[in-house]
Design a protein around this ligand. Structure first.
Ligand SMILES: Cc1cc2nc3c(=O)[nH]c(=O)nc-3n(C[C@H](O)[C@H](O)[C@H](O)COP(=O)(O)OP(=O)(O)OC[C@H]3O[C@@H](n4cnc5c(N)ncnc54)[C@H](O)[C@@H]3O)c2cc1C
Ligand code: SF4
Length: 441
C-alpha cells in the first residue's frame, strides 16, 4: 500500500517527489569537501565516464572558490549540474571512492558537483570566451545531452551550430524522462538556459527532422550533421490486449508526468512490466502519485534484473511490490485493461522456460510497459550510408563518432542503445572533436 496521496497541487507534487540528492548549502559543501583525501590517481576519476578532475573541483570548493570548481567540471562535462543530480554515482564515482574500503561513507561527489555548477548557473557566470567563427556550419538533430554537449564543444572549436529539436524544451530525457525526485524541471532547464547563453548555439524548437526533404536540406546547408536524437517510443511486447485503453509505455507515462506534474491522473492499481531502471522509475513514480497498489512484474529472478539495486530499493521504499519469474501472456479486459494474465517461468540450462499449467491473472486498472525503447530505424534509412548494427544502433568510429557516411556523426542513446546522461554528454563532446578533425584536416 502506497503511503502517498494523489497530489492535487504543485506543492503537494513537490512534497511527494522530494529531491533524493538535495542541493547542499555552503556549510555542508565546505564540510563535505574537507573530508576528501585528494587521492593521487583517484579511483573516482577513473570511474567517471566524462573524466572530470574530481579531487581538483572538490579542492576548489574547499578553497571557497565554487566558480573555479564549476569551470573544472564544465571543462569535462557540459551537463555538470544535471549529472551531479541524476548520475548513478553509487556505481560510478562514489562507488569507487576509497572511503568505501574503510567502511566510511564515500564523499558525496554528485551533490558537491551540483553545488559548484549551481553557483555558476545562479550567478550566470561567463566561464568561457568563444573563438571567432571558422566559417564551417554543423547541424545537430536533437537537443538532448548528446546534441547539446556537442553544440557547446563545437562552439568552443569555432563552428557555427544549429540544433533542431522536435520538442518545445531542450535537455532530452533529462527533463522528459529522468525521475522528478532526481532533478526538477526548473533545474534541468536552468542549466540549458545557462549553456545556450554561454555558448550561443541556435536551437530551433518544435522542428522535427523527419522527411527526406529535411535531410536533403541539412546535407546541402551544412558541412557536417550530428545525429543526437536518442531512441524512439516504448517497444511492443507483442502479446494480445496490448492495444487496450490504459496499457501504455513507461517512457510515454514518465514524459506526461514530467510535463503535467500533479495534473497527471494515475490509476489505483498499477502493474509495471519490466526489470530495468525505467521500470523502477515508472513503478516508483506511480506509487508517489498515490497509486494504492503497484506491482513490478519481471519475467526472470530478482537477481537477474537489469536495474541497479539502489533503484529497486527506492521503488520498494515507496511500497512497490516485486513479482518475479512471471511472464505476461495477455493484457485482459473488455476495451479497458482489467488485468494481466501471467505464466510462471523458470531457468533451465540458462534458458527461460514457461512452467506448464501455472497461468494466473492479476487484476489492475493500468499496465505500464517498461520493456525498452525502439530505435529510430525509419529515419536512419533516409540518411545514405549511415549504417546500424543488428540491434538498430548506429555504427560509429569509437574515437571520432563518425558514421560510415563521413558527413554524419552520431552520439548518445542512438549509438549506445540506451545508457546514462553522462555517457551521452561525453560522446557528444567527442563527436565535436571528431568533426574538427574531419573538417580541418
Ligand atoms: C525513463 C528514463 C529514466 C532515465 N533516468 C536516468 C537517470 O536517472 N540518470 C541518467 O543518467 N540517465 C537516465 N536515463 C537515460 C538518459 O536520460 C539518456 O541516456 C540520455 O538522455 C540520452 O541522451 P541523448 O541525447 O542520446 O538522447 P535524448 O535524451 O533522448 O535526447 C534526444 C533529443 O532528440 C529529440 N529528437 C528525437 N527525434 C528527433 C527528430 N526526428 N528531430 C529533431 N529532434 C528529435 C528528442 O526530442 C530529444 O530532445 C533515463 C532514461 C529514461 C528513458
Ligand atoms: S576517491 Fe574519494 S577521497 Fe579520493 S579523491 Fe575521489 S572523492 Fe576524494
Amino acid at each position: 500500500m502506497s503511503e502517498y496521496l494523489p497530489p492535487s497541487s504543485e506543492s503537494e507534487f513537490e512534497n511527494n517527489f522530494k529531491q533524493i540528492k538535495p542541493l547542499m548549502n555552503e556549510t555542508e559543501a565546505y564540510y563535505e569537501s574537507s573530508r576528501c583525501l585528494f587521492c593521487y590517481d583517484a579511483p573516482c576519476v577513473n570511474a567517471c565516464p566524462s573524466d572530470i578532475d574530481i579531487p581538483l573541483f572538490i579542492r576548489q570548493i574547499n578553497s571557497k572558490d565554487p566558480l573555479a570548481s564549476a569551470k573544472t567540471i564544465y571543462d569535462s562535462n557540459y551537463f555538470g549540474y544535471a549529472c551531479g543530480k541524476v548520475c548513478p554515482t553509487e556505481v560510478l564515482c562514489e562507488g569507487a571512492c576509497v572511503y568505501n574500503h574503510q567502511d566510511v561513507k564515500p564523499i558525496e561527489i554528485g551533490r558537491l558537483q551540483s553545488f559548484a555548477t549551481g553557483k555558476a548557473i545562479s550567478t550566470n557566470k561567463q566561464l568561457y570566451r568563444l573563438p571567432a567563427s571558422n566559417g564551417k556550419k554543423v547541424a545537430i538533430i536533437g537537443a538532448g545531452p548528446a546534441g547539446i554537449s556537442c553544440a557547446c564543444e563545437l562552439k568552443m572549436l569555432g563552428f557555427d551550430v544549429d540544433v533542431f529539436e522536435s520538442k518545445e524544451k531542450p535537455s532530452g530525457l533529462t527533463v522528459h524522462g529522468v525521475a522528478p525526485y532526481k532533478i526538477t524541471n526548473k533545474e534541468a532547464l536552468d542549466e540549458m538556459d545557462y549553456l545556450e547563453k554561454q555558448f550561443q548555439y541556435k536551437v530551433h524548437y518544435k522542428k522535427a527532422i523527419s522527411s527526406k526533404a529535411d535531410i536533403d536540406e541539412l546535407e546541402k546547408k551544412y558541412d557536417a550533421i550530428v545525429i543526437g536524437f536518442g531512441l524512439g517510443k516504448t517497444s511492443m511486447i507483442n502479446i494480445p490486449g496490448e492495444d487496450k485503453e490504459n496499457c501504455f509505455g513507461a517512457v510515454e507515462f514518465v514524459e506526461k508526468l514530467r510535463m503535467s506534474h500533479h495534473k497527471t491522473a494515475v490509476a489505483k492499481n498499477v502493474i509495471v512490466l519490466g526489470g530495468g531502471n525505467t521500470a523502477m522509475d515508472a513503478a516508483s513514480e506511480s506509487a508517489r502519485m498515490g497509486a494504492e497498489k503497484v506491482i513490478l512484474a519481471y519475467r526472470r529472478s530478482k537477481e537477474e534484473m537489469g536495474a541497479y539495486d539502489f533503484e529497486y530499493d527506492l521503488a520498494k521504499g515507496v511500497g512497490v511490490k516485486g513479482m518475479f519469474s512471471v511472464s505476461p501472456l495477455e493484457i485482459t479486459g473488455n476495451g479497458k485493461v482489467t488485468g494481466v494474465k501471467f505464466i510462471r517461468t523458470k531457468t533451465v540450462n540458462g534458458k527461460l522456460e514457461n512452467v506448464a499449467g501455472s497461468e494466473f491473472t492479476e487484476t489492475c486498472d493500468w499496465v505500464i510497459k517498461a520493456t525498452g525503447q525502439s530505435k529510430q530505424v525509419e529515419l536512419l534509412k533516409l540518411m545514405n550510408g549511415v549504417s546500424i548494427d543488428s540491434k538498430g544502433r548506429i555504427e560509429v568510429n569509437a574515437e571520432t563518432f563518425q558514421t560510415k557516411n563521413p558527413k554524419y556523426f552520431a552520439a548518445g542513446d542512438a549509438v549506445s542503445g540506451g545508457q546514462e546522461v553522462v555517457n551521452a554528454a561525453a560522446e557528444g563532446r567527442k563527436a565535436a572533436r571528431g568533426i574538427k578533425k574531419y573538417l580541418t584536416k
